[in-house]
Design a protein around this ligand. Structure first.
Ligand SMILES: [Zn+2]
Length: 333
């Protein structure tokens, strides 16, 4: 982690009680605005001492479930119902979220592949650095909401790192059970070390994420799961008044090398499996067709492990190296 200071400032005071709304100011000197800044909305609701929670969405700009629900919660949560502090950023990578894109149109940055970031880097790196080095040391818990975005759709589930530290895993499992999404995905070996969850681990705080739907849309069902889940975790942690209502969730493990399925060719993908199917190693996952040379035999794609189909590519058009499915398998914890 860098010892250099962030250049991002904010017009709200995190140490003050009450509901404060405002912006992070990310200096951005460009042709049309020499002394300009990028304004990233931030809300802090504080009421005395207690657990401190960071809620973020729009880490990937084309994932809307979290952005909608955090926007609703900003307006719904009254200061009196809080014990401690809730910090909310619904459009964390603001340029990406404003453009409805996974990555920032300013610097092509994928925020969730940029941690721990760089205070002197491009805007996406500056945001990552601010979150890991400035915001995370101020909180005990971080919840970052994702979904499949434009290119994928998920069976809604929470997401966490499969920590080797048993005590930490137990705390995280308590939170994902409180969230109560239909599925819970634990990332095992090969989990990204440039993600916000990896940053939280470095910062020594408890963190969870979620994959709540996707396909560049929101539904009543996914928004309902998201809102209920976030409110329940806030209650479970003790920062929000009210009783957490336990729900069941299926805890699954994702192993990148076995569970991810890729297209080996460019063309049009004909899926042979749907979300919720049980796939077996070697089973046909789909066929890549070549309408530009329609007499050519399609290229088969096979599953490389056993598991439940929890994520599926949305666009039919594929390039070689596009992920078309990923699986997850039951975990006994
Ligand atoms: Zn995402």
């Amino acid at each position: 982690m860098s010892n250099r200071r962030s250049r991002i400032t904010t017009d709200i005071d995190l140490s003050r009680d009450g509901k404060q709304t405002g912006f992070l100011r990310l200096p951005h000197s460009v042709h049309r605005s020499a002394y300009g800044y990028i304004a990233i909305p931030i809300v802090a609701i504080r009421n005395g001492n207690g657990p401190r929670v960071l809620l973020t969405a729009g880490n990937h700009g084309d994932e809307y479930e979290g952005q909608v629900v955090l926007t609703k919660l900003v307006r719904a949560i009254e200061t009196e119902a809080v014990s401690g502090q809730i910090i909310i950023l619904p459009m964390l990578n603001f340029p990406a979220a404003q453009a409805g894109m996974r990555t920032s149109p300013i610097d092509e940055g994928n925020l969730n592949r940029t941690f721990p970031g760089d205070p002197d880097g491009r805007p996406t790196a500056m945001i990552a650095h601010y979150v890991e080095s400035v915001l995370m040391p101020e909180v005990d818990v971080a919840i970052d909401l994702h979904s499949g975005g434009s290119s994928l759709i998920y069976t809604p589930g929470t997401l966490a790192r499969h920590h080797t530290d048993k005590k930490r895993l137990k705390t995280v499992l308590g939170m994902i059970r409180a969230f109560g999404a239909p599925n819970s995905y634990l990332m095992g070996i090969g989990a990204e070390d440039r993600s916000i969850l990896a940053g939280a681990e470095r910062a020594g705080i408890i963190a969870m994420s979620a994959e709540l739907g996707g396909a560049g849309m929101v539904t009543r069902e996914t928004l309902g799961i998201t809102e209920r889940g976030v409110v329940n975790v806030l209650r479970h942690v003790g920062v929000l008044a009210g009783k957490a209502e336990p729900r069941s969730t299926r805890v699954l493990e994702v192993i990148r090398s076995e569970h991810y399925v890729y297209s080996g060719d460019a063309g049009l993908f004909e899926p042979h499996a749907e979300l919720g199917d049980n796939a077996k190693k070697g089973q046909l996952a789909g066929l890549v067709h070549f309408p530009d040379t329609p007499w050519r035999e399609p290229t088969p794609v096979h599953f490389s492990g056993n598991g439940l189909v929890v994520c599926k590519r949305v666009p039919a058009r594929v390039e070689r190296g596009d992920c078309v499915y990923h699986l997850a398998s039951d975990l006994s914890v």
